[in-house]
Design a binder for this molecule. Structure first.
Ligand code: ADP
Length: 309
Protein backbone atom coordinates (compact mmCIF):
# COMPACT_ATOMS: atom_id res chain seq x y z
CA UNK A 1 0.00 0.00 0.00
CA UNK A 2 1.37 3.44 -0.83
CA UNK A 3 2.05 6.09 1.77
CA UNK A 4 -0.16 9.17 1.92
CA UNK A 5 2.30 11.03 4.11
CA UNK A 6 5.92 10.35 4.94
CA UNK A 7 7.68 12.59 7.43
CA UNK A 8 11.38 12.25 8.22
CA UNK A 9 13.35 14.07 10.89
CA UNK A 10 11.02 17.06 10.82
CA UNK A 11 12.33 19.95 12.90
CA UNK A 12 10.78 23.36 13.52
CA UNK A 13 12.52 26.08 15.46
CA UNK A 14 10.50 29.32 15.59
CA UNK A 15 12.30 32.68 15.44
CA UNK A 16 11.78 33.02 19.17
CA UNK A 17 14.10 30.03 19.56
CA UNK A 18 11.23 27.71 20.54
CA UNK A 19 11.82 24.21 19.17
CA UNK A 20 8.26 23.12 18.41
CA UNK A 21 9.15 19.90 16.55
CA UNK A 22 12.23 17.94 17.55
CA UNK A 23 12.90 15.59 14.64
CA UNK A 24 9.59 13.87 13.94
CA UNK A 25 9.25 10.65 11.95
CA UNK A 26 5.79 9.59 10.90
CA UNK A 27 4.20 7.55 8.19
CA UNK A 28 0.52 7.48 7.24
CA UNK A 29 -0.75 4.85 4.80
CA UNK A 30 -3.21 5.58 2.02
CA UNK A 31 -6.78 4.98 3.26
CA UNK A 32 -5.85 5.40 6.90
CA UNK A 33 -7.83 7.37 9.46
CA UNK A 34 -5.00 8.75 11.54
CA UNK A 35 -4.99 10.86 14.70
CA UNK A 36 -2.25 13.08 16.01
CA UNK A 37 -3.16 13.20 19.67
CA UNK A 38 -1.54 15.55 22.13
CA UNK A 39 -2.06 18.30 24.70
CA UNK A 40 -2.03 22.03 23.95
CA UNK A 41 1.38 23.24 22.85
CA UNK A 42 2.53 19.74 21.81
CA UNK A 43 3.29 20.85 18.23
CA UNK A 44 0.18 19.62 16.38
CA UNK A 45 -0.65 22.88 14.58
CA UNK A 46 2.98 23.42 13.69
CA UNK A 47 3.07 19.96 12.15
CA UNK A 48 -0.08 20.55 10.12
CA UNK A 49 1.12 24.02 9.14
CA UNK A 50 4.29 22.54 7.66
CA UNK A 51 2.53 19.71 5.84
CA UNK A 52 0.11 22.19 4.27
CA UNK A 53 2.90 24.68 3.44
CA UNK A 54 1.64 27.46 5.70
CA UNK A 55 4.65 27.21 8.01
CA UNK A 56 8.21 26.74 6.77
CA UNK A 57 10.12 23.85 8.26
CA UNK A 58 13.60 24.25 9.68
CA UNK A 59 14.79 20.85 8.41
CA UNK A 60 13.64 17.37 7.54
CA UNK A 61 11.47 16.05 4.73
CA UNK A 62 7.74 15.86 4.01
CA UNK A 63 6.33 13.77 1.17
CA UNK A 64 2.67 13.69 0.17
CA UNK A 65 1.90 10.57 -1.87
CA UNK A 66 5.60 10.55 -2.77
CA UNK A 67 5.76 14.24 -3.75
CA UNK A 68 8.24 16.26 -1.72
CA UNK A 69 7.09 19.68 -0.53
CA UNK A 70 10.60 20.93 -1.40
CA UNK A 71 10.68 19.79 -5.03
CA UNK A 72 7.06 19.37 -5.98
CA UNK A 73 5.06 21.79 -3.85
CA UNK A 74 2.18 22.33 -6.27
CA UNK A 75 1.45 18.63 -6.66
CA UNK A 76 1.81 18.06 -2.90
CA UNK A 77 -0.62 20.92 -2.19
CA UNK A 78 -3.12 19.66 -4.70
CA UNK A 79 -3.29 16.30 -2.97
CA UNK A 80 -4.18 17.86 0.39
CA UNK A 81 -7.41 19.40 1.66
CA UNK A 82 -7.11 21.43 4.84
CA UNK A 83 -9.81 22.17 7.40
CA UNK A 84 -8.50 24.83 9.78
CA UNK A 85 -9.57 25.19 13.39
CA UNK A 86 -11.39 28.49 13.00
CA UNK A 87 -14.06 29.53 10.50
CA UNK A 88 -12.31 31.70 7.94
CA UNK A 89 -14.83 32.41 5.23
CA UNK A 90 -16.69 35.49 4.17
CA UNK A 91 -20.00 35.10 6.00
CA UNK A 92 -21.82 37.26 3.46
CA UNK A 93 -21.05 34.90 0.57
CA UNK A 94 -23.40 32.13 -0.53
CA UNK A 95 -22.56 28.58 0.42
CA UNK A 96 -22.12 27.34 -3.14
CA UNK A 97 -20.02 30.35 -4.15
CA UNK A 98 -17.59 29.75 -1.29
CA UNK A 99 -16.89 26.24 -2.52
CA UNK A 100 -16.73 27.16 -6.22
CA UNK A 101 -14.33 30.03 -5.49
CA UNK A 102 -12.04 27.70 -3.57
CA UNK A 103 -11.85 25.32 -6.54
CA UNK A 104 -10.75 28.30 -8.63
CA UNK A 105 -7.72 28.77 -6.36
CA UNK A 106 -6.60 25.31 -7.45
CA UNK A 107 -7.02 26.13 -11.12
CA UNK A 108 -10.18 24.06 -11.64
CA UNK A 109 -12.10 25.52 -14.66
CA UNK A 110 -15.40 27.19 -13.68
CA UNK A 111 -17.78 24.61 -15.12
CA UNK A 112 -15.97 21.72 -13.52
CA UNK A 113 -15.60 23.70 -10.29
CA UNK A 114 -19.36 24.13 -10.15
CA UNK A 115 -19.98 20.42 -10.69
CA UNK A 116 -17.44 19.44 -8.06
CA UNK A 117 -18.75 22.02 -5.59
CA UNK A 118 -22.30 20.74 -6.04
CA UNK A 119 -21.14 17.18 -5.44
CA UNK A 120 -19.31 18.23 -2.26
CA UNK A 121 -22.32 20.12 -0.89
CA UNK A 122 -24.49 17.08 -1.50
CA UNK A 123 -21.98 14.80 0.15
CA UNK A 124 -21.85 17.00 3.26
CA UNK A 125 -25.62 17.44 3.52
CA UNK A 126 -25.58 21.13 2.47
CA UNK A 127 -27.28 20.99 -0.89
CA UNK A 128 -30.47 22.61 0.42
CA UNK A 129 -28.39 25.51 1.72
CA UNK A 130 -26.46 26.18 -1.48
CA UNK A 131 -28.03 29.59 -2.08
CA UNK A 132 -28.04 30.72 1.55
CA UNK A 133 -25.44 33.13 2.86
CA UNK A 134 -22.98 31.51 5.24
CA UNK A 135 -24.04 33.83 8.06
CA UNK A 136 -27.41 32.08 8.23
CA UNK A 137 -25.97 28.58 8.63
CA UNK A 138 -25.87 26.79 11.98
CA UNK A 139 -22.54 26.03 13.64
CA UNK A 140 -22.66 22.42 12.48
CA UNK A 141 -23.38 23.43 8.89
CA UNK A 142 -20.50 25.90 8.91
CA UNK A 143 -18.17 23.12 10.04
CA UNK A 144 -19.43 20.87 7.26
CA UNK A 145 -18.96 23.70 4.78
CA UNK A 146 -15.31 23.93 5.83
CA UNK A 147 -14.98 20.24 4.95
CA UNK A 148 -16.84 20.62 1.63
CA UNK A 149 -14.57 23.53 0.74
CA UNK A 150 -11.47 21.47 1.60
CA UNK A 151 -12.63 18.65 -0.67
CA UNK A 152 -13.68 20.59 -3.76
CA UNK A 153 -10.36 20.19 -5.61
CA UNK A 154 -10.59 16.42 -4.98
CA UNK A 155 -7.60 15.90 -2.68
CA UNK A 156 -6.59 12.41 -1.55
CA UNK A 157 -5.61 13.43 1.97
CA UNK A 158 -7.94 15.44 4.22
CA UNK A 159 -6.29 17.15 7.19
CA UNK A 160 -8.41 18.57 10.00
CA UNK A 161 -6.94 20.65 12.81
CA UNK A 162 -8.95 19.92 15.95
CA UNK A 163 -12.24 19.63 14.04
CA UNK A 164 -14.36 19.28 17.14
CA UNK A 165 -12.58 21.53 19.67
CA UNK A 166 -15.21 23.49 21.57
CA UNK A 167 -18.03 21.74 19.71
CA UNK A 168 -20.88 20.24 21.73
CA UNK A 169 -21.16 16.48 21.89
CA UNK A 170 -24.17 16.16 19.58
CA UNK A 171 -22.53 18.19 16.85
CA UNK A 172 -19.27 16.33 17.36
CA UNK A 173 -21.00 13.02 16.76
CA UNK A 174 -22.69 14.24 13.61
CA UNK A 175 -19.33 15.41 12.23
CA UNK A 176 -17.86 12.00 13.03
CA UNK A 177 -20.51 10.36 10.86
CA UNK A 178 -19.51 12.48 7.86
CA UNK A 179 -15.81 11.90 8.39
CA UNK A 180 -16.28 8.18 8.73
CA UNK A 181 -18.26 8.10 5.49
CA UNK A 182 -15.55 10.02 3.62
CA UNK A 183 -12.88 7.64 4.90
CA UNK A 184 -14.95 4.63 3.85
CA UNK A 185 -15.11 6.12 0.37
CA UNK A 186 -11.30 5.91 0.24
CA UNK A 187 -10.18 9.33 1.47
CA UNK A 188 -7.16 9.30 3.79
CA UNK A 189 -7.93 11.38 6.89
CA UNK A 190 -5.51 12.93 9.36
CA UNK A 191 -6.86 14.86 12.31
CA UNK A 192 -5.38 16.45 15.37
CA UNK A 193 -7.26 16.22 18.60
CA UNK A 194 -6.96 16.17 22.33
CA UNK A 195 -10.01 13.94 22.82
CA UNK A 196 -9.15 10.31 23.38
CA UNK A 197 -12.79 9.44 22.74
CA UNK A 198 -12.56 10.87 19.23
CA UNK A 199 -9.52 8.73 18.48
CA UNK A 200 -11.17 5.66 19.93
CA UNK A 201 -14.34 6.00 17.89
CA UNK A 202 -12.97 7.18 14.56
CA UNK A 203 -9.36 6.37 13.99
CA UNK A 204 -7.38 3.33 12.93
CA UNK A 205 -3.92 4.56 13.87
CA UNK A 206 -2.61 7.18 16.25
CA UNK A 207 0.58 9.02 17.10
CA UNK A 208 0.86 10.70 20.46
CA UNK A 209 2.83 13.92 20.42
CA UNK A 210 4.08 15.80 23.45
CA UNK A 211 6.57 18.61 23.63
CA UNK A 212 7.54 18.32 19.95
CA UNK A 213 8.24 14.59 20.07
CA UNK A 214 6.28 11.51 19.03
CA UNK A 215 5.96 9.33 22.11
CA UNK A 216 4.23 6.42 20.46
CA UNK A 217 2.81 5.50 17.06
CA UNK A 218 0.58 2.44 16.81
CA UNK A 219 -2.89 1.16 16.04
CA UNK A 220 -5.69 2.57 18.18
CA UNK A 221 -6.68 -0.97 19.01
CA UNK A 222 -3.30 -1.79 20.50
CA UNK A 223 -3.04 1.57 22.29
CA UNK A 224 -6.33 0.96 24.04
CA UNK A 225 -5.17 -2.55 24.84
CA UNK A 226 -2.24 -0.98 26.74
CA UNK A 227 -4.75 0.88 28.86
CA UNK A 228 -5.94 -2.03 30.91
CA UNK A 229 -5.68 -1.67 34.65
CA UNK A 230 -6.60 1.48 36.54
CA UNK A 231 -6.25 3.30 39.82
CA UNK A 232 -9.39 3.76 41.92
CA UNK A 233 -10.15 6.10 44.79
CA UNK A 234 -12.55 4.67 47.36
CA UNK A 235 -14.34 6.56 50.13
CA UNK A 236 -14.98 4.27 53.09
CA UNK A 237 -17.54 4.58 55.88
CA UNK A 238 -15.06 4.23 58.76
CA UNK A 239 -11.95 5.99 60.03
CA UNK A 240 -8.82 4.01 59.24
CA UNK A 241 -5.40 4.36 60.87
CA UNK A 242 -3.59 2.37 58.22
CA UNK A 243 -4.29 0.81 54.83
CA UNK A 244 -5.89 -2.61 55.13
CA UNK A 245 -3.82 -5.56 53.95
CA UNK A 246 -5.87 -7.02 51.13
CA UNK A 247 -5.04 -10.23 49.38
CA UNK A 248 -4.02 -9.58 45.72
CA UNK A 249 -4.54 -5.78 45.88
CA UNK A 250 -2.07 -2.94 46.47
CA UNK A 251 -3.92 -0.51 48.73
CA UNK A 252 -2.79 2.90 50.09
CA UNK A 253 -4.40 5.13 52.71
CA UNK A 254 -4.68 8.67 51.32
CA UNK A 255 -6.82 10.12 54.13
CA UNK A 256 -8.44 8.53 57.21
CA UNK A 257 -11.55 7.70 55.19
CA UNK A 258 -10.25 7.14 51.67
CA UNK A 259 -8.10 4.57 49.94
CA UNK A 260 -6.29 4.31 46.65
CA UNK A 261 -6.21 0.87 45.04
CA UNK A 262 -4.51 -0.39 41.85
CA UNK A 263 -6.73 -2.67 39.83
CA UNK A 264 -4.68 -4.90 37.53
CA UNK A 265 -5.70 -6.05 34.08
CA UNK A 266 -7.29 -9.31 35.18
CA UNK A 267 -8.95 -7.94 38.35
CA UNK A 268 -12.52 -6.68 38.53
CA UNK A 269 -14.17 -4.16 40.83
CA UNK A 270 -16.21 -7.07 42.14
CA UNK A 271 -13.03 -8.90 43.21
CA UNK A 272 -11.97 -5.75 45.04
CA UNK A 273 -15.32 -5.39 46.83
CA UNK A 274 -15.11 -8.97 48.04
CA UNK A 275 -11.59 -8.42 49.38
CA UNK A 276 -12.69 -5.23 51.17
CA UNK A 277 -15.77 -6.95 52.53
CA UNK A 278 -13.59 -9.74 53.93
CA UNK A 279 -11.50 -7.03 55.66
CA UNK A 280 -14.70 -5.53 57.16
CA UNK A 281 -14.54 -2.33 55.09
CA UNK A 282 -17.64 -0.77 53.55
CA UNK A 283 -17.39 1.48 50.48
CA UNK A 284 -19.41 4.69 50.19
CA UNK A 285 -18.25 5.75 46.74
CA UNK A 286 -15.71 4.93 44.08
CA UNK A 287 -14.12 6.85 41.21
CA UNK A 288 -11.18 6.64 38.81
CA UNK A 289 -8.12 8.58 39.93
CA UNK A 290 -7.36 9.68 36.35
CA UNK A 291 -9.32 9.84 33.17
CA UNK A 292 -8.03 7.43 30.56
CA UNK A 293 -6.16 10.01 28.53
CA UNK A 294 -4.31 11.19 31.62
CA UNK A 295 -3.60 7.60 32.48
CA UNK A 296 -2.05 7.12 29.02
CA UNK A 297 0.17 10.16 29.36
CA UNK A 298 1.28 9.19 32.83
CA UNK A 299 2.35 5.81 31.54
CA UNK A 300 4.09 7.23 28.48
CA UNK A 301 5.81 10.22 30.03
CA UNK A 302 5.85 9.55 33.74
CA UNK A 303 4.18 12.91 34.45
CA UNK A 304 0.65 14.30 34.50
CA UNK A 305 -0.73 16.60 31.85
CA UNK A 306 -2.73 19.41 33.39
CA UNK A 307 -4.19 20.90 30.23
CA UNK A 308 -5.06 17.69 28.46
CA UNK A 309 -8.84 17.95 28.37
P1 ADP B 1 -0.54 22.54 19.45
O1 ADP B 1 -1.17 22.75 18.12
O2 ADP B 1 -0.26 21.10 19.76
O3 ADP B 1 -1.30 23.22 20.56
P2 ADP B 1 1.52 24.33 18.45
O4 ADP B 1 2.11 23.71 17.24
O5 ADP B 1 0.53 25.44 18.27
O6 ADP B 1 0.93 23.20 19.42
O7 ADP B 1 2.72 24.93 19.36
C1 ADP B 1 3.87 24.17 19.68
C2 ADP B 1 4.83 25.08 20.45
O8 ADP B 1 5.33 26.08 19.59
C3 ADP B 1 4.17 25.80 21.61
O9 ADP B 1 5.10 25.92 22.66
C4 ADP B 1 3.85 27.16 21.03
O10 ADP B 1 3.84 28.15 22.03
C5 ADP B 1 5.01 27.38 20.07
N1 ADP B 1 4.64 28.21 18.93
C6 ADP B 1 3.61 28.02 18.08
N2 ADP B 1 3.57 28.98 17.12
C7 ADP B 1 4.62 29.79 17.39
C8 ADP B 1 5.15 30.97 16.75
N3 ADP B 1 4.58 31.51 15.66
N4 ADP B 1 6.25 31.55 17.30
C9 ADP B 1 6.84 31.01 18.38
N5 ADP B 1 6.40 29.90 19.03
C10 ADP B 1 5.31 29.30 18.54
Amino acid sequence: MSQALTIENLVKVYQSGKMALKGINLSIAEGDFFALLGPNGAGKSTFIGIVSSLVTKTSGSVRVFGHSIDDDILKAKQLIGIVPQEFNFNIFMKTLDIVVTQAGYYGVPYRQAKEQAEACLQQLGLWEKRNDVVRSLSGGMKRRLMIARALVHQPKLLILDEPTAGVDIELRRSLWVYLEKLNQQGLTVLLTTHYLEEVEILCKNVAIIDNGEILVEKSVHSLLGDLTGETLILDVDSILLEAPKLEHFACRLISPDSLEVDLLEHQTVNDLFQALDAAGIRILSLRNKFNRLEELFIRLTGHTVEDIT
